[in-house]
Design a protein around this ligand. Structure first.
Ligand code: C5P
Length: 232
């Protein structure tokens, strides 16, 4: 379970971590925080013993992504990602970049399939992409798998089929997690932690269902309990 540190500054993120006793939990750092604080933020989080998913969603020509990944590998985070829509060559080169870093700690490479903020209508009406979200997600997962990614970001709804098609060791990382009754915000393909468990997701990304809760720690523990035990 990665707690999404969707804050504008390290100071805000650290205040939140300290106020709610999230010291040492696995965290996800996205572009908002990273673009403000840069690599020193990663150093700070590592010093505080957090596992780190660096969610920068790279999407550029293969050579640029490869070189960026070489630099990212040197940050020694645990997980990084690209957009699968960048294509097979880009995914392959991203992996090459990670392997060629100086560090012995190679991050897992995850490919974002279709953002969980998109649905069938937005895919077709805005991007003119045919087929359902589900079909597109599975096709992108197969491409990612063939080209060296360790897994994909997808919604809980697609996790089971991806495991069936790509194999059980191919990782599924699922955002859009909401406790029953929480606001979906801008996410369209949301699911509970219990359904994520049932569908075989490997990692949850937990954001606003915890960070916007009145009592973030107890919301986090509730997510964790549902995720570990399901709802009986
Ligand atoms: O607040 P919420 O739980 O919706 O947060 C989801 C987090 O996961 C955000 O930080 C968002 O950037 C990230 N994410 C996502 N969809 C992806 C990849 C990452 O929502 N495909």
């Amino acid at each position: 379970m990665y707690l999404a540190l969707d804050f504008s500054t390290w100071n805000e993120a650290r205040t939140f971590i300290d106020a709610h006793n999230f010291q040492g939990v696995p965290v996800k750092v996205g572009m908002e925080l990273f673009y403000r604080e840069g690599p020193r933020l990663i150093e700070n989080l590592k010093q505080d013993n957090h596992d780190i998913f660096l969610d920068l969603k790279l999407h550029d020509i293969p050579t640029t992504v490869m070189k960026a990944m070489t630099n990212i590998a040197n940050l020694e985070v645990d997980m990084v990602n690209v957009h699968a829509l960048g294509g097979s060559e880009m995914i392959k080169r991203a992996k090459e970049g990670l392997i060629s870093g100086d560090s012995n700690h190679e991050p897992k490479l995850i490919a974002v399939t279709v953002l969980t903020s998109m649905d069938d209508t937005s895919l077709y009406k805005e991007l003119n992409i045919g087929g359902s979200v589900n079909e597109n997600v599975v096709r992108l997962a197969v491409t990612a798998n063939k080209n060296g990614a360790d897994g994909v970001v997808c919604s809980v709804q697609e996790a089971k089929e991806i495991k069936d098609v790509c194999g059980s060791s191919f990782l599924t990382v699922t955002p859009g997690i909401r406790l029953q009754g929480s606001d979906g915000n801008d996410q369209k393909r949301i699911a509970t932690p219990a359904l994520a468990r049932e569908n075989g997701a490997d990692f949850l990304v937990i954001g606003r269902t915890v960070t916007n809760a009145q009592d973030p720690k107890s919301a986090y523990e509730k997510v964790q309990k549902e995720w570990r035990n399901g709802i009986k």
